[in-house]
Design a protein around this ligand. Sequence first.
Ligand code: GAL
Length: 356
Amino acid sequence: MAGTVARDAFGEVDGQAVERWTLAHGDLRVAVMTYGAILLRLDAPGRDGEKANVVLGFPTLADYVAGNDPYFGAVAGRFANRITDGRFSLDGQDYQLTRNGGAHHLHGGARGFDKRVWAAAEATSGDGPAVRLVYRSPDDEEGYPGALDLTVTYTLTGDALRLDYEATTDAPTILNPTQHSYFNLAGEGSGDVLGHRLRLAAGRFVEVDAALSPTGRLAQVEGTPFDFRESRPIGGRIREAHPQIVIGRGYDHCFVFDRPASADRSILIGARVEEPGSGRVLDLRTDRPGVQFYTGGFLDATLVGSGGRVYRQGDGFCLETQTFPDAPNRPEFPSPVLRPGKTFRSRTEFAFSVSG
Ligand code: GAL
């Protein structure tokens, strides 16, 4: 197999050892830790061959444990994004989840998957070096029904970082995991991403209220700052006084992929981001129905990043593949329900290349 896998000790959380796994293949190199299944760094070459770490993070494990409110690099779940009032019903049973995002449930609760120590093992894949991270979420954790077994495999294929999710449960439950990395293709800590060009294959997005909870309406992007169907700079319309831009402090919205019914659940290129200076290009490929495009509106210059620089609003963008927020309460949204005897399987890839 081409590529290499290395593992080293990365400290402890609550007496549990944390490991860091480093995968290298071709021109790409990533480091992932077992705390939160967090992607710590991703090095990719630019047009001139020079490598840069293109994901935001903290300098040390202690920084993540103390303050990963932004969810830098983490796998978020059981249900990433918001569930209104933290409530939902399933099979006639009412459930109350932790309300940790104002009145709402956010990213799996006070201690979601991003704040747990996962077990790790090298995975065998013909496509490149891989690490398999496993977490068992007990029944009632953060209020969720059913014990859930989740495996997330990070594979470095020749050109992409691939995430494969696989989960089973012992009772009916809901699941919507995502990868929450903040990218800056000019290099972490180098400034804002407003000059990056984005193409997003989405004609609609989930409209939200002032508390970022879905109104239930899927708004058309046509004629709004949300229209990225043709490639254009992220910052081009980010200062327009559109009510949804104001609520999101920029972009903080779930976009609905345009997907022919025949391509339901198959993998497609959902987004392309290009950084003109370095030439780095990121292609997002996924089988998920939507993606939260977030421009880091809550980064308020109070966090020091892995490279020793302060992060400000707009210094990174997230492309969090998922079903839509509040889906447990909205039968018209793609269902997040997982039942015993069924296996949840999903794939998202972040592919890297350079443009001339
Ligand atoms: C995003 C979410 C934002 C914010 C952020 C973490 O996924 O959409 O509203 O909560 O995570 O700071």
